[in-house]
Write a protein that binds this ligand. Structure first.
Ligand SMILES: [Zn+2]
Length: 134
């Protein structure tokens, strides 16, 4: 891929102005994530991936927010209120960082999917994964 001249974009790409602070923050994140990789990662692609991830999350939340709500998030148990079935699902950690739903008896039901989309849950899972690795 040829380097674009200053002021001219690459075909299929558009230039977007971003606040400098944000770019610095993203560069820092990228550095931490790809520290051990030898290949240079494109900042635009990296930011694009981040945006795509949050778009997906918004889509999931919009789809399920009226049906499912995060009732309570505790380190060992996540409670998801299911308004359609009028129950509160208890999700507990099994086999390390896998969530297991008590009302579906499954690890891959909508409650677990919804729980995974919550940043507070992702933080717990991240902490658990870090703990098991050490
Ligand atoms: Zn469930």
């Amino acid at each position: 891929m040829a380097e674009p001249e200053k002021g001219r974009g690459i075909e299929g790409w558009r230039n977007v102005e971003l606040p400098e602070n944000l770019v610095i923050e993203v560069e820092q994140l990228m550095k931490e994530k790809y520290e051990k990789r030898p290949a240079q990662v494109n900042l635009g692609l990296f930011i694009g991936d981040l945006i795509r991830e949050s778009l997906k999350k918004v889509e999931i939340q919009e789809k399920y927010v009226s049906i499912l709500e995060d009732y309570a998030v505790e380190p060992e148990c996540i409670y998801i209120r299911d308004n359609r079935r009028d129950v509160v699902a208890e999700l507990r950690f099994k086999d390390g960082a896998d969530l297991y739903c008590n009302i579906d008896g499954a690890k891959n039901c909508v409650h677990v999917g919804f729980a995974w989309s919550l940043p507070a849950v992702q933080k717990i899972i991240w902490d658990k994964n870090t703990k098991t690795k050490n």
